[in-house]
Structures are given as structure tokens and as C-alpha cells.
Design a protein around this ligand. Structure first.
Ligand SMILES: Cc1cc2nc3c(=O)[nH]c(=O)nc-3n(C[C@H](O)[C@H](O)[C@H](O)COP(=O)(O)OP(=O)(O)OC[C@H]3O[C@@H](n4cnc5c(N)ncnc54)[C@H](O)[C@@H]3O)c2cc1C
Length: 225
């Protein structure tokens, strides 16, 4: 569906980098690569969260809905930054959009959904003919249209995000987006593969119980343990 591009500024060896940074503060020999790696692992396993903030992640996230990106923006911890495709300078005359699987599977629902998207496109064209500037006609664009962002954050933020967004109760497109990011990072390096496979998990896995009011049943609620 969407496309994740890992930019080269993303730290290639996150565990070694963590170990190197921590080593400086511990007066260790940071020329020793094996020891850096081992120290990095210790930091991760001991939950020394600050050390994770040295690991940079820069991504192009393309082809997901403006709606899921709106949710993406709620993860503010660690002061991430991002740029998003403009709705003033880009012509959305024939915008692309996400079709939710439940709509895709239902012929009647799909017809209504696609007719609505077409009607929005046509309305935009008519407003343009009337001399309405793009910055105003763009108000009609739906949250289901796809967008592109360039995103920069640290590994701690991404691990924290996994706790919320790998939750079965999180929005389905976010869960897909997060899985796509995990797969792209897993391919980026062996160290990333280790981090993804050991640290990215929903909060119930990390806590051993579900803290949500409405539980999916995967783990017991705290008082049911
Ligand atoms: C089932 C479900 C339903 C949801 N529904 C909604 C919804 O209806 N509306 C909505 O807006 N969101 C909703 N969310 C999103 C959720 O509530 C959070 O807004 C989102 O996960 C980002 O916040 P965060 O604390 O997880 O992450 P971040 O903002 O990235 O924060 C990460 C961590 O950093 C620390 N931190 C961050 N900021 C500060 C600060 N200012 N001061 C001190 N410490 C800080 C905290 O320890 C925090 O846990 C939903 C999520 C789920 C899973």
C-alpha cells in the first residue's frame, strides 16, 4: 500500500552507537567495537531510555492517509520533526486515497466511497473555475487522501510508539504503517533487526497485562491477573 524509505541519516548500528555514547560517560574504551555492542545491549535491556535518544531515524512515509499521519503527529516525546506535502502548492486535482478493507470488500459501500471521492474532485475543479485559490479549495480534501511526509525522530520515541500503536485496539492503518516501518528497519541492518524483534511490542506485552479500559483479551487486565 504505502512506501517507507529509510534515509541514509538513519543510524546504521543503533546498539553499537548507544554503547559508544554510554561508554564515554563510563570512562570505557570506546575503540573496542565488541564492548560497545555489549554495553549498548545492556543499556537497552536495563531500560536506560536516554541512551536510546542518540539513535536517529529519518524516514519518507509515502502513500498513507492524511488521517493516519494526523495520528502519527501525536507522538511528541523527544521533539521529533517532520515536513508534509503541501496542500497549497501541490495540485490535488486527482488525489489518491486509501480504501479501507471493509469498504473494499463491500461492493455497495465501495461505490458510495468512490462516488464521494469523485464528487470532491469535481467540486474542487468547479471552485477552481470560479477563481477560488487552491489554499481554499483544499479545505474539501478528505482525511482518506494519501500524503507524504519526511519524518525525523529518535529510537526511544519509536519504541514508545510501538507500545501504543501495535495495540490491537489501535487504528488498523496505523498498525499497518508501523509494521511497514518495522520491516523496512529490519532490512536496514542486523542491529536494527535485533532492536525491532526485541523492543517493538504493544504495551500489554511489555507490562504483562492490559491497561486499556476496553481489552482485546490478548492479555488479562491488571486486576484479573
Ligand atoms: C486505542 C487508542 C485510542 C486512541 N484514541 C485517541 C483519540 O481519540 N484522540 C487522540 O488524540 N489520541 C488518541 N490516541 C493516541 C494516544 O492517546 C496518544 O496521544 C498517543 O499515543 C501519543 O502520546 P504518547 O504519550 O503515547 O507519546 P509521546 O507524546 O511521544 O510521549 C512519549 C512519552 O514521553 C513522555 N512525554 C511526552 N511529552 C511529555 C511532556 N510534555 N511532559 C512530560 N513527559 C512527556 C511521556 O513519558 C510519554 O509517555 C489513542 C491511542 C490508542 C492506542
Amino acid at each position: 500500500m504505502g512506501k517507507i524509505t529509510i534515509l541514509s541519516e538513519t543510524t546504521k548500528n543503533p546498539i553499537s552507537l548507544i554503547g559508544e555514547r554510554a561508554g564515554i560517560c563510563w570512562g570505557a574504551n570506546i575503540e573496542n567495537k565488541e564492548r560497545n555492542y555489549k554495553r549498548g545491549l545492556d543499556c537497552i535491556e536495563a531500560g536506560h531510555g536516554r541512551t536510546l535518544e542518540y539513535v536517529n531515524v529519518e524516514l519518507v512515509i509515502d502513500g498513507y492517509s492524511a488521517r493516519v499521519i494526523r495520528e502519527w503527529y501525536t507522538h511528541l516525546g523527544g521533539a521529533p520533526t517532520r515536513l508534509q506535502a503541501s496542500t497549497r502548492y501541490i495540485d490535488y486535482g486527482n488525489f489518491e486515497y486509501v480504501i479501507p478493507p471493509k469498504v473494499e470488500k463491500n461492493e455497495e459501500a465501495k461505490r458510495i466511497y468512490e462516488d464521494t471521492m469523485r464528487a470532491i474532485t469535481e467540486a474542487g475543479e468547479k471552485l477552481e473555475e470560479l477563481g477560488i485559490p487552491r489554499e481554499d479549495s483544499a479545505m474539501l480534501l478528505p482525511l482518506g487522501m494519501t500524503t507524504k511526509i519526511v519524518d525525523k525522530r529518535n529510537m526511544r520515541n519509536l519504541i514508545d510508539m510501538s507500545r501504543q500503536r501495535m495495540c490491537t485496539r489501535a487504528y488498523w492503518e496505523y498498525r499497518e504503517l508501523f509494521r511497514d516501518i518495522c520491516n523496512a528497519l529490519r532490512d536496514y541492518s542486523e542491529e536494527w533487526a535485533y532492536v525491532i524483534d526485541t523492543q517493538m511490542m504493544p504495551k500489554c506485552e511489555a507490562l504483562g497485562y492490559c491497561p486499556e479500559t476496553y481489552c482485546c483479551g490478548r492479555k488479562p487486565k491488571k486486576n484479573e491477573e
